[in-house]
Design a binder for this molecule. Structure first.
Ligand SMILES: C[S@@+](CC[C@H](N)C(=O)[O-])C[C@H]1O[C@@H](n2cnc3c(N)ncnc32)[C@H](O)[C@@H]1O
Length: 224
């Protein structure tokens, strides 16, 4: 776990360096790593705004079925552990929301940077919950090689919640995966930068960007 904390500390500091004042940062995290992510971000200088619950349709149960494991190694007490497991069904992910410090207060920051408030009042007049649910991937959003692809509709929702419609803002995803954030940002009219380390995912990003820009008749460039 020490390496994980060091890793989170390193990228949190870099994020603090490149974000503009008032920038909102949303980090998906498992229930086991949430506390470390939150502390790394706060130690880097961000301050806590909320932790959203992204409620998924299904979670893959990981961990050990104790009875089965004991049975496999020939433990004669295996049966007394029937029904015991090392984890619960994993049905939600945390989204840690932090912000680069304000200039004095929300109002001065909004006037200076156009950032900070949440689009909390919905078109039907209701108030946005901090539990996000009911998002699912479209048929064209399944790329088998990548196991943690987020639904495009979920990322669009996050951008709409935190980013006022002003195309001077730049959406950064330093862990771009299959590029879901990039596509959502482009669809909403923002400039966007994505960074991804794995060639196989870069290929998927290129394919998705190619399809997006093909539809609107524009070219794009990828930098190594
Ligand atoms: C959880 S996935 C993101 C999935 C993305 N939200 C999507 O919908 O496709 C995180 C990605 O970060 C990438 N990654 C990990 N370390 C990285 C690094 N140091 N620089 C750039 N990308 C990195 C991994 O290869 C992985 O594809």
């Amino acid at each position: 776990m020490v390496n994980y904390i060091e890793w989170a500390t390193d990228w949190s500091k870099e994020l603090m360096r490149v974000c503009k004042r008032g920038a909102v940062v949303a980090v998906f995290s498992s229930t086991r790593t949430l506390a470390h992510i939150q502390i790394a971000l706060e130690n880097a200088g961000f301050y806590a705004r909320d932790v959203l619950v992204y409620r998924r349709h299904s979670g893959i149960p990981k961990g050990l079925n104790i009875e089965k494991k004991l049975d496999k190694i020939g433990d004669t007490n295996a049966q007394q552990w029937q029904g015991w497991h090392t984890c619960l069904r994993n049905e939600w992910e945390a989204i840690v929301i932090v912000q680069k410090p304000l200039k004095n207060n929300y109002i001065e920051t909004i006037q200076m940077t156009g950032l900070g408030p949440f689009k909390a009042i919905l078109s039907d007049g209701s108030f946005q919950s901090n539990i996000l649910e009911g998002f699912s991937k479209g048929r064209d959003e399944n790329f088998d090689e990548h196991c943690t692809i987020k639904p495009l509709s979920l990322i669009r929702k996050l951008l709409e919640l935190f980013l006022p419609q002003d195309n001077s803002h730049i959406v950064l995803d330093p862990f771009a995966g299959t590029g879901t954030t990039l596509i959502a940002a482009l669809e909403l009219g923002y400039q966007t930068i994505g960074i991804e380390i794995e060639d196989q995912y870069i290929n998927i990003i290129q394919q998705r960007l190619g399809e997006y820009f093909g539809k609107i008749g524009q070219e794009f460039e990828v930098f190594d």
